[in-house]
Design a protein around this ligand. Structure first.
Ligand SMILES: [Ca+2]
Ligand SMILES: [Ca+2]
Length: 442
C-alpha cells in the first residue's frame, strides 16, 4: 500500500522560512511550460488521452463561451491544463527532438512521472532530419492509475523523459515536461451548457486546489466551502469573483457568466458552489433553494428584503402606511441604497469580493447540502432558514410620494418641489413578511 500525501490539507510540518525558501526555489526553477531541462533534447509535442480524461473547457469569453481545451501541448505553447477522474489511467504520447549526434538506433524512451505515474519504456526508432533527430513516443498508459476516489492537483504534473541506448541498462534524462493536471473525485455530472454549466477550467482549478487530497464527498464539500468563507474566491487566473461588483445590478446569473464578468447575482453564486461540486460528480436532491419575498402587499409592490445594516430614525409615514411606517428615498447614484429621511443604508453584511454590497432583494438563492444551508453570496451557513431572518433589516414596498408632502428632497437635486417620486416605505420588522421557499435540483 503506497503512502498518499494529501498535498495541501495535510502539509507536512515545515518551518515557515524553509517553506518560503522552497517556494522561491520552486518558482524560479520551474518554467510554466513543457520544455527541456538543461538537456540536449526538447519535448515539442505532447498529447494527453485515456478514457478517464475529462473534456475541459477554457473560461468563457464573449467569442467562445464553452470552447474545449485541446489536450495537446505544442512547442512554444502555454502551460496546458488537463483533467482526469480519479482512479483512471492517463495516456501520453510525446514527441522529443534531440541532436542527431545524440541519437542512435536502437533507442528506448520512458517517462518518470509523479506518484509513480510513470510511462513504460518503449523502443523508438529515431527519424533523422539534418542535425535533428525526432523520437516519437507512442500513446502509452501510465504504469498505474491516479489514486482512486481522491482529488488531486498537479501544478505541475512533471514527467522526466529518459532515453537508453543499451536496451534499458542505463537511462539518461533528456527533457522534462510540465503541465497542470486536475484529478476529480469522480466523473463530473454531465454538462448542461444551455444553463451555463460545463467543465470550465476555473471550476476544476478552484475545487481541485481547495479539495486537494480529499477522499470523500463530505471532505470535498467542506474543503470547497472553506474557500467561500473568507469571501475571496478566485478564478484559475487569480481574479477575485464578486457579488454585484461595485454595487451594480449585474445580469450575470449563471456560473459561466460569473466566471466571465467576475461579477454575479446570488443565483450565479449558488450555482457556482453547486457546479464546483458537480465537476466531482457530487449532487444532492433539492440542493438549490430559492427564498422569495411576497410580490405585493395592500400598500404596494414589494421591493423585497432589506439586508442589514440600516439606520432607522423616526417613522414619519406611520399615518399613511402603519405597516411600513418608515419613509426613505432611493439613492439615485448607488443601487437601491436608502438615503433618508427615516432610513439610511449603512455598510453591513460583506459579500464575496464586496465589503458593502447591494442590500435589497426580491429573492435570494442559497444551497442546501446534507442538512446545512450554504449562502455562497455571503460565505455564511445557516442551520435553519429561521437564521436567515437574523440578517434582514426590514422590508420595503415601493410607493409614490410628493417631495412637498414629505418635505424631503427625494431625488437629491437640491430642491424640494411639487413632484411625485418613487419612495420606499419600510418596516423594520424582519418577520413582518415571510419568504416562500422553493427547492429544486438545480
Ligand atoms: Ca477563499
Ligand atoms: Ca428634489
Amino acid at each position: 500500500m503506497r503512502t498518499v500525501i494529501r498535498h495541501t490539507a495535510h502539509r507536512p510540518p515545515i518551518s515557515a522560512s524553509l517553506y518560503l525558501l522552497l517556494l522561491v526555489v520552486a518558482a524560479s526553477a520551474v518554467p510554466a511550460t513543457a520544455g527541456n531541462a538543461n538537456n540536449d533534447a526538447e519535448v515539442v509535442r505532447m498529447e494527453f488521452s485515456g478514457s478517464g480524461r475529462i473534456l475541459l473547457r477554457s473560461d468563457p469569453t464573449p467569442e467562445a463561451p464553452f470552447s474545449e481545451i485541446e489536450p495537446i501541448w505544442r512547442r512554444g505553447g502555454r502551460n496546458l491544463s488537463v483533467a482526469y477522474a480519479s482512479g483512471s489511467v492517463p495516456v501520453l504520447s510525446v514527441t522529443i527532438e534531440l541532436p542527431a549526434a545524440a541519437a542512435q538506433q536502437p533507442m528506448m524512451v520512458r517517462g518518470i512521472g509523479p506518484d509513480d505515474l510513470s510511462f513504460p519504456a518503449v523502443a523508438v526508432k529515431p527519424e533523422f532530419n539534418g542535425t535533428v533527430a525526432t523520437l516519437q513516443y507512442p500513446a502509452r498508459q501510465a504504469l498505474r492509475s491516479f489514486e482512486p476516489s481522491m482529488v488531486c492537483t498537479y501544478e505541475p504534473f512533471t514527467v522526466q523523459w529518459e532515453t537508453s541506448t543499451n536496451g534499458g541498462a542505463t537511462w539518461t534524462c533528456r527533457a522534462i515536461s510540465r503541465n497542470t493536471v486536475y484529478v476529480t473525485l469522480a466523473r463530473p455530472v454531465e454538462e448542461q451548457p444551455e444553463v451555463g454549466y460545463a467543465c470550465i477550467e476555473s471550476l476544476l482549478a478552484i475545487s481541485c486546489r481547495d479539495a486537494n487530497g480529499a477522499t470523500t464527498e463530505t471532505e470535498v464539500i467542506g474543503d470547497v466551502w472553506q474557500d467561500f468563507k473568507d469571501r475571496v474566491v478566485q478564478t484559475v487566473s487569480g481574479d477575485t469573483l464578486a457579488f454585484y461588483r461595485h454595487k451594480r445590478v449585474d445580469p450575470q446569473a449563471t456560473t459561466a457568466g460569473l466566471l466571465f464578468t467576475k461579477s454575479g447575482v446570488c443565483y450565479a453564486w449558488a450555482h457556482l458552489l453547486i457546479d464546483l461540486l458537480r465537476v466531482h460528480g457530487i449532487t444532492r436532491h433539492n440542493c438549490y433553494v430559492l427564498l422569495t419575498a411576497p410580490a405585493a402587499t395592500a400598500y404596494g409592490p414589494v421591493d423585497g428584503m432589506l439586508m442589514k445594516n440600516c439606520q432607522f430614525g423616526n417613522p414619519s409615514g406611520a399615518d399613511v402606511c402603519p405597516d411600513f411606517p418608515y419613509v426613505a428615498a432611493f439613492d439615485p447614484h448607488r443601487t437601491f441604497d436608502l438615503v433618508g429621511p427615516d432610513v439610511y443604508s449603512r455598510p453591513g453584511l460583506p459579500a464575496q469580493g464586496e465589503p458593502d454590497p447591494v442590500a435589497l432583494f426580491r429573492d435570494h438563492s442559497i444551497v442546501f447540502l446534507d442538512g446545512v444551508y450554504y449562502d455562497p453570496s455571503y460565505g455564511r451557513t445557516y442551520s435553519s432558514l429561521d437564521e436567515f431572518y437574523n440578517y434582514i433589516a426590514g422590508w420595503v414596498v415601493r410607493s409614490q410620494a410628493n417631495e412637498l408632502a414629505v418635505n424631503y428632497d427625494l431625488n437629491g437635486d437640491g430642491k424640494i418641489e411639487d413632484r411625485m417620486m418613487t419612495i420606499a416605505r419600510v418596516s423594520n420588522d424582519a418577520h413582518h413578511l415571510a419568504l416562500s421557499v422553493t427547492r429544486s435540483d438545480y
